[in-house]
Design a protein around this ligand. Structure first.
Ligand SMILES: Nc1ncnc2c1ncn2[C@@H]1O[C@H](COP(=O)(O)OP(=O)(O)OP(=O)(O)O)[C@@H](O)[C@H]1O
Ligand SMILES: [Mg+2]
Length: 310
């Protein structure tokens, strides 16, 4: 299969618990409103939704030889993602899992990284990756084994003529170490959210943080939740106000946004067009549970984009 995008990253399910009481009492049984077991992990949600939008996507990853890994694999296969380079680890840790506790005001995300911590440069089929047009990587700080070689991977991808994008997501250790700055010169589109852009730049002022990171990579695209997003290249800036939709949960909105952006980018869209497409994809993902449930209904996807893209 000729690939447009190769995603190097993690595959695991999300277990989302809805209506979790604000106060959990030790040793007592607490009742919740319901749950959804669905495809999780930034890389996999991005790959799934990008494939549904019509881009040819392949993933390079490692899962465990267990039912959670098989479930996540099957969900991705249903979306048409090429999974021929996903390795199944015969020993060692199992597939990871994130448990998301959704409370009215907050969400708590508890992640067991599983195979993600073992996934390393030796697991990558470089010929396969470099046969695609575009490389995307998510969850920078969670890729413990791969992280020391991510700068090499991006440098090689650029040398081979690929375009590249990166979404670090959160740093669970809260360190935001500067090795990331060695990767950014090889990143065409960098996708932090508001909190992440400030942490990475080490600057509390949002605008100054964006301007700083725009000096380090080609294009910085900052996700602002319900307030939409802003893109910056050098001293040029584009903005997109957020859309109003009936949201069920925000899980995976950022990854769906990234998918929308890259889909339009590879069609040759301008930064403003990419931002618009990304915002619609991010908003759409919040209309159903988890990061990919909305994207499973292709006719709903088409109708939503028809309605909201000018
Ligand atoms: N409630 C919402 N209503 C409308 N649009 C939304 C909503 N939440 C998110 N979006 C859209 O999705 C984009 C990405 O969401 P968000 O800012 O939450 O990203 P993120 O923090 O990276 O998310 P993630 O938790 O997936 O990593 C926003 O910039 C916006 O375009
Ligand atoms: Mg994010």
């Amino acid at each position: 299969m000729l690939l447009d995008v190769c995603v190097v990253g993690e595959i695991n399910p999300d277990l989302i618990l809805y209506g979790v009481p604000e106060q959990l009492k030790p040793e007592e049984e607490s009742l919740i409103d319901g749950f959804r077991l669905t495809l999780g992990s930034s890389s996999a949600i991005f790959a799934h939704n990008l494939a549904v939008l019509g881009t040819r996507v392949g993933m390079v990853s490692k899962i465990g030889a267990d039912s959670l890994g098989k479930m996540a694999f099957d969900w991705l296969a249903d979306a048409g993602v090429d999974l021929t380079r996903v390795r199944v680890a015969s020993s060692g840790p199992a597939t990871g899992l994130s448990v998301i506790l959704a409370q009215p005001a907050h969400r708590f995300i508890l992640t067991s990284p599983g195979t993600m911590f073992e996934f390393s440069y030796a697991d990558l089929d470089l010929d396969y990756i470099f046969s695609s047009r575009h490389l995307h990587l998510s969850s920078y700080f969670l890729h413990r084994a791969l992280r020391p070689r991510i700068a090499d991977l991006f440098r090689e991808a650029k040398a081979k003529g690929l375009s590249t994008s990166l979404d670090t997501n959160d740093d669970p250790e809260g360190k935001w170490e500067s090795d990331l700055l060695d990767v950014l010169p090889f990143v065409d589109i960098f996708f932090p959210n508001e909190r992440e852009v400030k942490k990475i730049a080490g600057i509390e002022d949002l605008q100054q943080a964006i301007e700083r990171l725009a000096q380090l990579c080609q294009l910085v695209v900052v996700k602002l939740g319900v307030r939409g997003a802003v893109a910056r290249k050098g001293s040029e800036e584009w903005r997109r106000p957020g859309m109003r939709v009936a949201s069920v949960d925000p899980v995976g909105a950022g990854d769906s946004f990234d998918a929308g952006f890259i889909h339009r980018f590879l069609q040759g869209g301008s930064p403003q067009e990419c931002l618009e497409y990304a915002d619609v994809a991010g908003a759409f993902s919040t209309t159903c549970e988890g990061g990919t449930e909305a994207f499973k209904d292709r006719s709903r996807v088409a109708a939503f984009f028809r309605e909201h893209i000018a």
